[in-house]
Write a protein that binds this ligand. Structure first.
Ligand code: F0G
Length: 361
């Protein structure tokens, strides 16, 4: 369990190499990879106990991908296919993680990368990534939805390759996370939990689970449980949100591009979508760090907050096997981490006694 590689010691070479038979690539596709994927699936019994659950919870820690989010799975596909077509410029709108991945993979492919970000509303680490990987970084005075509209318009000129999840190969790459979960668990989970923003990932996971079932690798499909932030919950509320707002800036999206895909996953899997408040998100964010040593970004914790709701509502049968995607690493968003931790460093004089006093010895 928990290792996808056969015991031959074969080197992990990224998701296209591992799941080539399930992906739209050919010998003509130049694979641009940073060895993404093969992220750990971690069982978190302390967290489950703390929230009063009686089930198995496995976290797929996607923050351990090369640019520290799940976006690398889709981006290896998007940039490889862009390279196959001879594209010179890739472009995306982003709340920060897609842009980090696009910038990194474009650098490796020697392409120009342009990223459009909502001005002032992306986590510090993500901004640092776009700048360090050398992307042309544009802060739009508007929200993600407005930035994506501009990107779509630029895509229509045919001069740039759009690598948002409106590019279908992104979804293809992202579905490999479902394959890995099943490979690591040795079965399909009963429920899969994940945060929902632009809704590409819930679409991708559902596709992945269905494909694995169709190929006989698993014998049942999980129910898909998605969670949005209360101030940015268009799918839950049934209408676009003009001015989305949430502390979980990664999912601060008012009009998801893959809305249809999300609806389909929810309906076909007999799933569930709900919203959680910023306070609940931050509580779950801190709890998973303190109970099991897993530091994720606030958006990832939205689905843990959702799980807490579900436990309280009696929605999870005893003994269930649940997986949940921890979409991004906590270090992406140091500002929220320091604010949420609840205490600051103790500043002491440089001697043993001062330190002992703080420890209470
Ligand atoms: N969690 C994190 C950390 C994200 O960055 C995102 C999306 C999501 C969850 C939601 O995934 O959009 O597929 O429903 N981030 C995008 C970006 C929008 O630009 O990085 P989704």
């Amino acid at each position: 369990m928990n290792s996808i590689l056969p015991s031959t010691g074969e080197r992990w070479r990224g998701v296209i190499h591992a799941y080539r038979a399930h992906l739209p690539v050919s010998d003509a596709t130049p694979v641009v990879s940073l060895n993404e994927g093969n992220t750990p699936l971690i069982r978190v019994d302390n967290f489950v106990k703390a929230i009063g659950g009686e089930f198995e919870l496995w976290l797929k820690f996607e923050g351990l991908n090369p640019t520290c989010s799940f976006k690398d799975r889709g981006m290896t596909m998007a940039v490889s296919k862009a390279a196959e077509r001879g594209a010179q410029i890739v472009i995306c709108a982003s709340t920060g993680n897609t842009s980090a991945a696009a910038a990194a993979y474009a650098a490796r492919a020697k392409m120009k990368c342009v990223v459009l970000l909502p001005n002032g509303k992306i986590a510090l680490g993500k901004l640092a990534q776009a700048l360090m990987y050398g992307a042309t970084t544009i802060a739009v005075q508007g929200n993600f939805d407005e930035a994506l509209r501009i990107v779509r318009e630029l895509g229509e000129t045919g001069k740039v390759e759009v690598v948002n999840s409106i590019n279908p190969v992104r979804i293809e790459g992202q579905k490999t996370a479902s394959f890995e979960i099943c490979d690591q668990l040795g079965r399909a989970p009963d429920f899969h939990f994940l945060p929902v923003g632009n809704a590409g990932n819930i679409t991708a996971y559902w596709r992945g689970f269905k494909e694995y079932k169709a190929s006989g690798k698993i014998d049942h499909l999980p129910k898909m449980f998605g969670f949005q932030a209360a101030g940015s919950a268009p799918i839950v509320d049934g209408a676009p949100v003009e001015n989305p707002n949430t502390v979980a800036t990664a999912i601060r999206i008012g009009n998801p591009a893959s809305w249809e895909g999300a609806n389909c996953a929810l309906k076909e899997s007999n799933g569930f979508i709900d919203k959680v408040t910023d306070e609940e998100i931050l509580d779950a964010y801190k709890l998973i760090a303190r109970t099991d040593g897993i530091f994720v970004e606030p958006a990832s914790a939205a689905c843990l907050a959702g799980l807490i709701h579900c436990v309280k509502a009696g929605k999870i049968p005893m003994g269930s096997v649940i997986s949940a995607t921890m979409t991004g690493h906590g270090l992406k968003d140091p500002d929220n981490a320091i604010k949420t931790a609840g205490f600051e460093p103790f500043v002491v004089e440089a001697n043993k006694e001062a330190v002992m006093k703080v420890i209470g010895l």
